[in-house]
Design a protein around this ligand. Sequence first.
Ligand code: KIV
Length: 277
Amino acid sequence: MNKNSQQKAAHVTTRRLYDMKQNGEKISVLTAYDYTMARILDRAGIDVILVGDSASNVFSGHNTTLPITVDEMIYHAKGVVRGVQAESSRAMVVVDLPFMSYQLSAEDALRNAGKIMKEHECDAVKMEGGRTIADTVRRITDAGIPVMGHLGLMPQSIYKYGSYKVRAEDPAEAEELLEDAVTLERSGAFAVVLEKIPAGLALEISRSLSIPTIGIGAGADCDGQVLVVNDILGLNREFHPRFVRQYADLNTIIEQAVRQYVDDVRSGGFPSVDESY
Ligand code: KIV
């Protein structure tokens, strides 16, 4: 077996995620939007990298995920895939289908999912919604494109909800959500993100599905966890929701480094003789 085939064997697949759930192994997922970050995440052993449409917020500074386009998602995804390939090629790369790229018709959705899969070597797409997109999920998975679902708080529908508060706290909405999750599995989805729902409901859904659930603000009993990489690294000063655990304060570290650089340039302390030709 040569080096490349060894690397391929280790690549995380939909089958591997399914087996992880059956074996009780938790699945780690983080977002990334560029080559450099994807390299670090893959090197650190992340199972899945999500090229999230949260790029619209954290990368481009929009208030919502709605403005990002298919071509912009492809731009981010290309860098991420190259980053994973430059390291161990282990992490699975899932790319969000952005707002209005799959809502018009199943044909339109398949065309956009196909474009995202064709223009770089990602592994799967992610879509928000339950029973309302079941036929579309079936159409895309029938074409051989793996689909990750996304239920609970669905940021592409933020204007419908009117707030980012916890979803499905009342029993009727919880019942609907469970039905949506079961329908997604039946329609061929290989995993479902559960965002900002009560932990007890996430546990019930996780037990009801044979495909993995990936939680964000959905408690410890999901089969995996996903967070936005900028949040765990402390890059955004203003955003501190309860479900984020911050593992570093890069905002402060970067600011200090830049201040030092500015001082050095202004004082003539940079570059030194050793840093010159
Ligand atoms: O776009 C995104 O980053 C996401 C995750 C927060 C699940 O959908």
